[in-house]
Design a binder for this molecule. Structure first.
Ligand code: 2AM
Length: 184
């Protein structure tokens, strides 16, 4: 086995990662009255996030290239209004999303995608649909269609590591970047 093959990989993704106060606001909403009738396994609030680009298990070199792409990205702050609830029957997840996706968010994801191409990452085939998964093994019955909006002021994005533990999954922010190019 070559050293590249034996090297441990990290499962990584770029995401919007909520600040503590927003995380609590999301928790209040998603565990509150409108969701009392929903069936499924609740995602723990510490894991709430919105994936921008899933990267998969990466070698050290691939991770370094993805970080260099993030280093060069510039953009504008924006507000993401979370106001709708969706359900995907395939993966059986319920999620919180936006009726309107801000143009600045689309540009950010497109710029990431383009940069990652230069690292040799396979293109993401699925169209970007920002979603915060809050129920897994979910059923659509009992879910509200819309909710009172939560406004997320977005001024940075993060590189997150995913680890599967015996009973759970754990996400850790490795680095984050603001849109003026400074590392937070
Ligand atoms: P999900 O919330 O819809 O399950 C970490 O696993 C994050 O990356 C999750 O937000 C998950 O989306 C997303 N993710 C996991 N595997 C993925 C894949 N193969 N393609 C795209 N996104 C994925």
């Amino acid at each position: 086995m070559s050293s590249a093959e034996s090297e441990p990989r990290q499962r990584l993704f770029f995401a919007l990662w909520p600040e503590e106060s927003l995380r609590r606001e999301l928790q209040r909403l998603l565990t509150g009255e409108p969701f009392k009738g929903a069936a499924g396994r609740q995602v723990v609030p510490e894991n709430y996030h919105i994936t921008l680009r899933y990267l998969g298990p990466l070698t050290r070199e691939q991770r370094a290239c993805a970080e260099r792409v993030a280093d060069t990205l510039r953009g504008e702050d924006f507000q993401l209004t979370l106001d709708r609830v969706g359900y995907w029957p395939g993966p059986r997840v319920a999620w919180l999303g936006s009726a309107q996706v801000p143009a600045a968010l689309r540009r950010l994801v497109e710029a990431l995608e383009k940069g990652l191409e230069s690292c040799g990452f396979e293109a993401e085939r699925r169209p970007f649909q920002p979603h915060l998964t809050f129920l897994r093994k979910a059923r659509p019955k009992g879910l509200p269609v819309s909710v009172s909006p939560i406004v997320w002021p977005v001024d940075r994005f993060a590189l997150v590591r995913s680890r599967t533990l015996p009973e759970s999954v754990r996400y850790d922010v490795i680095r984050s970047w603001s849109f003026d190019g400074t590392v937070k």
